[in-house]
Design a protein around this ligand. Sequence first.
Ligand SMILES: [Zn+2]
Length: 98
Amino acid sequence: MPDLNEEARRAAHHGPMPALPPDPYRLPPPGDWFASDAAHHLLDKPKFCPGCSAALDRGLITEWWSGTDRVFLTWCAACKWTGNVVLFDRAIIEEPEH
Ligand SMILES: [Zn+2]
């Protein structure tokens, strides 16, 4: 079994990364141009459905980028919810008077 910590360390050319969780899919070989992106996807992808809270282990999650935003197109096998979950660095939020 590959040492995931070692693979993450070698793939993380953007800096140090925490230990990776178990993944049923193999990460690309360290040094491949997308190895760091694949490792970050494994760490950051949604784990639970925003619609029904079921684990997304049997769902589909595809990541794409829009500027600096990371967009996870997500499908839940339990409730069939489909939508985007977006990770962003900054947001401007207006809060109503209370
Ligand atoms: Zn769901």
